[in-house]
Design a protein around this ligand. Structure first.
Ligand SMILES: [Fe+2]
Length: 142
């Protein structure tokens, strides 16, 4: 069997949390980041903007899950999301002005940061949701 293209291999090896919606989002992000790194300049800008949108959706979904179950890690976890998004928005603004350096650097950093974030933050989130559900807690939406 021929080896998988790199982006598929990275997607395949994305950490598995056991929360299907988050795992699917993370696999898609890993694949996107691997593809972004190889894109030529003309294709990079719209793909980077799409990636930032996807990161925002993923972070928001996690934030809502933590809010729904009143999880105590919410402030620290949300702060990590906010810091990363601030950097990504800074990079997107530079990219819109024609400077791709920060965005290219952000893609490289994300490929290191995201697995660490999943291991140290998202796993705890999924475990806490599972514990809350086991205790009979239900998500609330207020
Ligand atoms: Fe997260």
């Amino acid at each position: 069997m021929p080896p998988l293209p790199l982006h598929e291999e990275l997607a395949f090896h994305a950490p598995i949390l056991g929360e299907p919606s988050l795992d699917a989002a993370h696999r898609a992000l890993f694949a996107t980041l691997a593809r972004l790194a190889a894109l030529p300049p003309a294709d990079f800008t719209p793909a980077f903007d799409d990636c930032v949108d996807a990161m925002e959706r993923d972070f928001r979904a996690e934030d809502l899950l933590m809010e729904a179950f009143d999880l105590p890690m919410l402030p620290a976890h949300r702060e990590q999301h906010a810091r990363m998004l601030a950097g990504l928005h800074h990079a997107a603004a530079a990219l819109a002005r024609g400077n791709a350096g920060p965005a290219r650097h952000a893609v490289a950093l994300l490929r290191e940061w995201l697995p660490l974030h999943i291991e140290t933050m998202d796993k705890g989130l999924v475990a806490a949701v599972a514990r809350a559900r086991a205790l009979g807690a239900h998500a609330h939406s207020d």
